[in-house]
Design a protein around this ligand. Structure first.
Ligand SMILES: Nc1ncnc2c1ncn2[C@@H]1O[C@H](COP(=O)(O)OP(=O)(O)OP(=O)(O)O)[C@@H](O)[C@H]1O
Length: 294
């Protein structure tokens, strides 16, 4: 299911500036990332999509249809009740969505969350990653059009994050709900999102697939240069940001750069690290201290 947002304005009070102001946005079917700095409006968008906040103006509709859409936000792991077993927690989430979960649905849920044999375990004794996977699977009860995951992997280690996204990918093979998620981890955004929506100060500043957004940077390479080597370069002619002890150079014309400063292998010998641009650069160049432009 895809959604269309038109002329949307959301305010927390009549006197306050809009927390969200979206002229037009298509949210496509698939796995959609919403990114932005703190206060950009991600949670406000999620609350509005669930009907918890009413817009002052504008509308959100299923693309091409006047019918309403349904959405559910997945519980965070810290919202799991104490003294409730895995089975009871699944049943409870079903009841919240107006359905009685059948034994076979419980079994499927448990299997997909890789919790076989743990149905009687207290849910708060599961790891954070296990709880989040379980909650994701329970969100499909009632088959909502939209499933919202607010920073689903925040605080998880690399391994648990990977496992979480494996579960999401497997889930996507058997379900058609659109998944909307926020994240500050640009590697998982690049790997998992079909579309990325960039919010800043309540407005959409860009939207596209990770590849489109990276291509739009028009960069050939990104170089990380140790501070002590920076004097070898003419900073007036290079776009760069400063990251701790390093300078990060954004190279649009690789031939020109290498012919001026030395071949790739010569630069690597000097301690310069070269890589292709990725979503972390999309984030930096849209949000962090503005790049010093050449
Ligand atoms: N309950 C509220 N009352 C008044 N203003 C609010 C309220 N919640 C959020 N805001 C304001 O709305 C704007 C958007 O906030 P929102 O929480 O949607 O951002 P966010 O992108 O989710 O940020 P974070 O990454 O920190 O969660 C901010 O200016 C924030 O101060």
């Amino acid at each position: 299911m895809s959604l269309t947002i038109d002329n949307l304005v959301v305010q927390y009070s009549k006197q306050s500036d809009p927390a969200l102001r979206i002229e037009h946005l298509e949210i496509y079917e698939g796995v959609i990332a919403v990114i932005g700095e703190n206060g950009a409006g991600k949670s406000t968008l999620f609350k509005t999509l669930q009907g918890f906040l009413l817009p002052s103006t504008g509308a959100i509709s299923k693309a091409g249809q006047s019918s309403k859409f349904s959405s559910v936000q997945v519980f965070q792991s810290e919202q799991c009740f104490e003294h409730v077993t895995v089975k009871e927690w699944i049943e409870f989430q079903g009841l919240l969505r107006g359905m009685e979960v059948s034994p076979s649905e419980i079994a499927t849920c448990v299997e997909h969350a890789q919790l076989q044999g743990k149905e009687k375990r207290l849910v708060n004794k599961l790891s954070g990653g296990q709880q989040r996977k379980l909650n994701l699977l329970c969100a499909s009860f009632g088959n909502p059009d939209l499933i919202i995951l607010d920073e689903p992997t925040a605080g998880l280690d690399q391994e648990a994050r990977k496992e979480y996204w494996t579960t999401v990918t497997a889930y996507r093979h058997t379900h058609s709900n659109t998944i909307l998620f926020s994240s500050h981890y640009m590697d998982e955004v690049e790997e998992n999102a079909d579309q990325v929506i960039l919010l800043s100060h309540g407005q959409v500043i860009s939207s596209g697939s990770p590849k489109e957004l990276i291509d739009n940077l028009h960069l050939e390479y990104v170089a990380t240069v140790p501070q002590q080597k920076v004097s070898l370069f003419n900073l007036n002619k290079i776009s760069y940001t400063i990251e701790g002890e390093h300078c990060v150079f954004y190279i649009a014309d690789a031939d020109g750069f290498f012919s001026t400063y030395g071949s790739m292998s010569e630069l690597i010998k000097q301690g310069v690290q070269l890589r292709l641009p990725d979503m972390s650069d999309v984030y930096t160049l849209h949000y962090k201290e503005r790049a010093h432009s050449a």
